[in-house]
Design a protein. Sequence first.
Length: 263
Amino acid sequence: MTHATTTDGVRIAYQLQGQGAPLVLLAGQANNHHWWDQVRADFHPARSTLTLDYRGTGDSDKPDAPYSTELFAEDVIAVLDRLGIDRADVYGTSMGGRVAQQLAARHPHRVAALVLGCTSPGGPHGVERSNDVRKALAQPRPEAARQALLELMYTPRWLDSHPGPHHTLGDPGMPAHARRHHLAASNRHDAWELLPDIAAPTLVIHGADDLLNPAANAPLLADRIPGARLELIPQARHAYFEEFRALAGPLVLDFLTTAPSRP
C-alpha cells in the first residue's frame, strides 16, 4: 500500500491506476476508494485515475481529532505532492464534491477541470434533506436503515437486478470516532463564499430524483460558480454515477476533453 504523509503527520493511502492525464476521484462521506470500484475503469481509455482513502477510512490513518472538508482537501494536496502532480482534473461526488469545492477554491492552480456530482454548497444556502429522509436513515434497526440508504442511492428496478455487494454504503472498517468526525466535517461544510473564486471549468451533475442530497443543490452550485455547466440525469438517485454510468461517464469524459484550459 502506498501512502502520502500530510503536514500534520497523517498517512493517507492512495491508489493510482491507468495511463494518461490524472483524474482525481473523491468519494462520499465515510467511504474509502472502493466507492469508485464499479466505474473507475470507464475513465481509463482517456485518463489515469487517482483515488485515496480519506483519513479515518480504508488504509489511511484514523486519528481521533476533528476533520473538515478543508482538511480533506489538504490531504488531497499531500497526495498530489507525493506523486509530483502539479495539476489534475478533479471529480468529487457527495461529500467528495464538497472536498473538491474546497480544493478548487483554495488551490486554483492545482485543479485543471472540476466535476461536482450529487453535492451541495453546504451551510445556510444549501438545501437540506427532508425530515422523512433523516428519520429513515436513523431507524434503530441497522437492516432497515441500510435498506433506506440503498433506496436513496439506487432505483428499485436497479436494486432488483444488482443485489450487491454495494460499495457506496460506507466503509465497514471505520471506527466509530472516524464516522462521527466524517459526519461533522460534511455537516460543517459551507463553501458559499468560496464558490465564485473557483476558476476551473466546472460541470455540476446530479440525479434529478436525488433525495439524499436534494437535486435543488445542483442549480445553486452552477449559478454560483462562474461559467459552470449543469447536467441533471432524469430518474437518477444519489449514486447516479454507478446506476447511470452509461450516461454519466461519457458526459464527464466529454466535458473533461472539451473544457477550455485556464491558467
